[in-house]
Design a protein around this ligand. Sequence first.
Ligand code: ADP
Ligand code: ZN
Length: 620
Amino acid sequence: MDEKHRVLKQYFGHDAFRGGQEALIDALLSGRDVLGIMPTGAGKSMCYQIPALLFDGITIIVSPLISLMSDQVTALVQAGVPAAYLNSALTPGQCNTVLNRLRAGWYKLIYVAPERLLTPGFLSVCESINISMVAVDEAHCVSQWGQDFRPSYLKIAEFLSILSGKQRPVVGAFTATATDDVRDDIVRLLGLGNPFLITTGFDRPNLYFGVIHPENKDDALLSLVSDKADRTGIVYCATRKSVEDVCSMLCEAGYPATRYHAGLTEEERRLNQQAFVYDEKRIMVATNAFGMGIDKSDVSYVIHYQMPKNIESYYQEAGRAGRDGSPAQCILLYSPKDVHTAKFLIENSEPNPELDEAAQQAVREREFLRLREMNAYCRAERCLRKSLLQYFGDQVTGDCGNCSVCKTRGAWEMTDVTAQAKTVLFCILQMHQRFGIKMITDVLRGSRGERLVSLGFDKIPTYSALRAVSENDVRQLLASLIDLGYLETEDDVYPVPKITERGQAVLADEARVVMRVPKKKEPEAETVRKNGGTSKTKRASAVSQIPDTPLMQALRVLRSSLAVKAHVPAYVIFPDAALADMCAKKPKTMEEFRSVSGVGEVKAEKYGEAFLRVICHYSD
Ligand code: ADP
Ligand code: ZN
C-alpha cells in the first residue's frame, strides 16, 4: 500500500479514492500547484488533507467561513489529526494560544480566515515555521464573477508573495464553480504557476433528481417528508416569508422543523443551525443564506419549495444532500409562478457597488438568461441529470434512469390540446394582449375579482371558458404555450404574453398544438413521487443502500449517545455509510472492524469496542 492510501485508511478509514482525488494529491505531492474543480460533496477536502499529512511542514488552509472551519477541524481532531483554526470566533487569548502552538509545531493543518493572513501576528509566526502547502478552499470567492466574491481573498496572492521570500509553498485551489471566467480568475488572482487542472465531471450518482409540478405545494411537501421521519433534510425557499410559512406549516403538522434566513438574529440563526446539525431538528427550512459551510454529510434529501434563480445555485444547494455517498433525493417543487418570484429577486437584488450602471445591467441580463435555463430544466422533457450535467459542460451519453423524467417515462403522453390552446389565445386577444398571467388565468376560470369585473372581462366570450380546469393547469398551459413559442413575453417582472406568428397560425386554424401532458392514469408516476430514488434502478443499485434494520437503528442510537458525550454531531462519529457497511460486514473482531469503510485507526480505537458489542448482540 502506498503512503497516500495508508493515510486515507489510517485517518479517514476509506479504502479507495474517489474520482479526481488521487491525481490531485499526486500533483500536490510532486510540488505542482493544482486547481481542482469538483461538485459539492465530491470530496475536495481529502485532496489537501492527505498531502498535508504527508508533507514535512505545515499546511495553511484558507477558508471563507467560520462554521466551515470549525466543522472541518472538529472532524479532523476526531480522526486524530492535529488541526486548529484561526478566525474571529476566537478570543484574543485563544488566538495567542493557537499561534504559540503553531510556532511550536503542534499542528499539521491550520485553517485561517483570509482577513487574518496579513496580520502581523500571523505573518510573524509564518516567518518561523516550515509551510509546505497553502490550500485555498472555495477558491471561486476570489472572483467577482462568482456568487460569493470575498475581497479579502485577493490578499492571498500578496500573502504568497511574502512567503516566497523563503520558499514558496505549493498551492492548491478548490472550488465547485466551473465557469471559464471564474477558473481563469482563480489561476490569475491566486498566481497559480502552471497548475495541474482537473474537472472531475459533475455527476453525483447517489443523488436522485426530481421535478414535481404539484397542484398544491404544501400537500406535496407533506407527502414527501411523511416517509422520511428519521431522515435529515433541507427545504429551500426563495423568500424569508416563504421560509416562515413553510416552517410553521411543517411544525403544525408535527414535523421537527427549524428555520434559517437573514432576517433572524445572529443568535437565533446559530441556535437553529446547531439544532439541525446535532439532529435535534430533522428539517431545516431556509433561504439560500443557509448552506455554505454546512458540512453535515448525512442530509438525505433537499427539497426546493420554489425554483432557485439559476442552475448553479440549484446544483450547489441540492448537492448538500448525500455527501456521505448514501442515496439521497433532490426534489424541486415547481410552479410557473416561481419564475416571477425569481425575476423579482433578480430585479431587486443588491447592486454591486463596484460596478457601474451599464455593467450592472449586463449582470442582470445574464441573470435573466440563467433564470431561463433554470426554468427550462424544470419544464424539460429530457433526463434531468443529463440536462444538469450538460449545463456544466460534461459529456453525457444516455439517460440516467434515476430521475423523475426517466422514471415517469410512459406516464406522459403527447396530446393534441389545440382546442384549449385556442381558447387561451382568443382570451388573450380579447383582453387586447395587455394583461399578465394572473389576470388571464382569472378570466379563463371565471373569477369575480373586482378589477376583472370593472374592466368588463366578465363579458368577453372566453370568460370562464376553462372553469373546469384547475388554476395550476391553466398556468401550466400558459407556460407551455410560452415555452413552445405560441406566446412570447418581454422579459420583465410581470410578463404580458403576446401572441406570436405561431400563435396566429393556431387561431387561423392553420396549425395544431401538441404537447406533453400527464397520462390520465399514472400509477407509475405516483410511486415515483412517493418513493423517489429508493426503488431499484441500474444507477441506484451501484450506490450502497442504507438498510432500515434493527441493527442499523441500534447503531444509530449508539452513535447518538457517543456524539452527545463527545459534543460533536453524530455524523462526525461515523457517517451513515459507515454504519451501513457495519451492517453489511458484521465485523466480529477489531481487525474486521477496521476494514469497515469510514473507520480509521483513532476511531476504531475510541469506538470499536462499543460498536462491536452492539453488532455482536444483533448477529446472534
Ligand atoms: P466537498 O468539499 O467536495 O463538498 P467533502 O470534502 O466535504 O466534499 O467530502 C464529502 C464527503 O465525502 C465527506 O463526508 C467525506 O468524508 C467523504 N469522502 C471524501 N473522500 C472519500 C473517499 N475517498 N471515500 C469515501 N468517502 C469520501
Ligand atoms: Zn434521467
